[in-house]
Design a binder for this molecule. Structure first.
Ligand SMILES: C[S@@+](CC[C@H](N)C(=O)[O-])C[C@H]1O[C@@H](n2cnc3c(N)ncnc32)[C@H](O)[C@@H]1O
Length: 351
């Protein structure tokens, strides 16, 4: 069979881009950790100047700068040997409190990839790997990756898309944030709605420990309670709002979680389900966003679900039909896609 050279070259071009991005990932995390992006955003600098400003070694910084510039993450002016950032690069790479902060995603990616040997074994054995068994960078990276979306979307767009929920939160509501991780969503809700009390639950003790610290740092510890609890057995009742942010598909038994949430909600309460953007079948997910999610899901979401009893492993590309089925089987009668953006679908689920 004759090779189609055009197709081969196109495929090799894809490989070159992917390989460059893969090896650049560590340098994005280094830039984030050492403050290199932040310092460069202050104004054009040579390698020596950036190294001096960040108290780093100029030879390493020179190599880092060239890799970043070759990848289009920063700019280079050969005439002056200076490197600089556009407004857009600085916006997306320097401020963890912006709606977009790209380095957090790389922290999560590198942390996830540390599990490759274990996951390769799991492919053969069919075993799971619990969320809690991953490298700490997975927990922190996940927080850093998702928090920016929540800053940009949760308060301005997702809460207002739910019927009557914003009013309840302003007046003072009981909120359960289930599978809360490091509590990024819980803290935003508690900050924006000071009359409400947020109860954050996660089965992972280390995440809860970090979430408590984050709440203290944010000055909202008096209106948040973080507890170690599984989604199918968290304490409390009469919640006005229950929320699962990007975690329902990570559970081995999302059905028991749905049933428990149904019991814990007030009769007029709302379950906010935030899930990765996905079509119902793989055919609709063959795109760059689907690629990100399927690959994270192989390292994190499917192993997490397989590590738990329940028999489910929905994966990060579960799609609306699967989520609706869980909600309906869990005893909910109203299910609606409230809003969406390219990375998430937000469902409103009511008793
Ligand atoms: C992808 S992280 C999302 C964390 C957080 N909701 C966020 O958006 O940043 C998934 C979280 O679900 C938690 N989780 C997985 N299975 C769980 C279960 N059965 N009960 C409670 N939490 C669970 C994990 O510990 C992890 O913190």
């Amino acid at each position: 069979m004759a090779l189609d050279m055009d197709k081969l070259n196109e495929f090799i071009g894809r490989f070159v881009g992917d390989l460059g991005a893969t090896v650049a990932a560590g340098n994005v995390v280094i830039g984030h950790r050492l403050g290199l992006y932040k310092a460069l955003a202050d104004g054009p600098a040579t390698a020596a100047e950036l190294a001096a400003a960040t108290k780093t070694n100029s030879r390493y910084v020179a190599e880092w700068l060239n890799g970043q510039a070759a990848g289009g993450y920063i700019e280079f002016a050969p005439a002056t040997d200076a490197y600089w950032m556009t407004e857009e690069q600085a916006f997306a790479l320097t401020n963890p409190d912006h709606p977009i902060y790209m380095p957090g995603a790389y922290v999560l990616a590198l942390g996830s990839l540390r599990a490759v040997p274990r996951i390769a074994e799991a492919f053969r054995a069919g075993e799971g790997m619990g969320w809690h068994e991953h490298d700490e960078e997975v927990f922190v990276g996940c927080e850093q990756f998702f928090r920016n979306t929540y800053i940009g979307k949760l308060i301005p767009s997702w809460i207002p898309a739910l019927e009557g929920v914003e009013e309840k939160l302003r007046a003072g509501a009981r909120v359960a944030d289930i599978g809360c991780g490091l509590g990024a969503s819980s803290i935003l809700l508690a900050t924006e709605y000071p009359n409400s009390h947020v109860h954050g639950f996660d089965y992972h003790d280390r995440s809860i420990e970090l979430a408590r610290k984050r709440a203290g740092d944010a000055g909202v510890a008096d209106r948040i309670t973080f507890e170690v609890a599984s989604a199918a057995a968290f304490p409390g009742s009469d919640y006005d709002l229950a929320a699962t942010f990007d975690c329902l598909h990570d559970m081995g038994d999302p059905l028991s979680a749905a049933r428990h949430i149904r019991r814990a909600l007030k009769p007029d309460g709302t379950w906010l389900v935030v899930e990765p953007y996905a079509a119902d079948g793989p055919g609709g997910n063959m795109n760059p966003v689907g690629r990100i999610y399927y690959n994270f899901s192989t390292m994190l979401c499917v192993p997490s679900a397989l590590s738990q009893p329940g028999g489910y492993a929905l994966g990060a590309q579960a799609g609306e039909a699967a989520i609706r089925q869980i909600a309906t089987d869990g005893g909910f009668t109203r299910f609606r896609r409230a809003t969406e953006w390219p990375f998430n679908i937000v469902y409103e689920v009511r008793p």
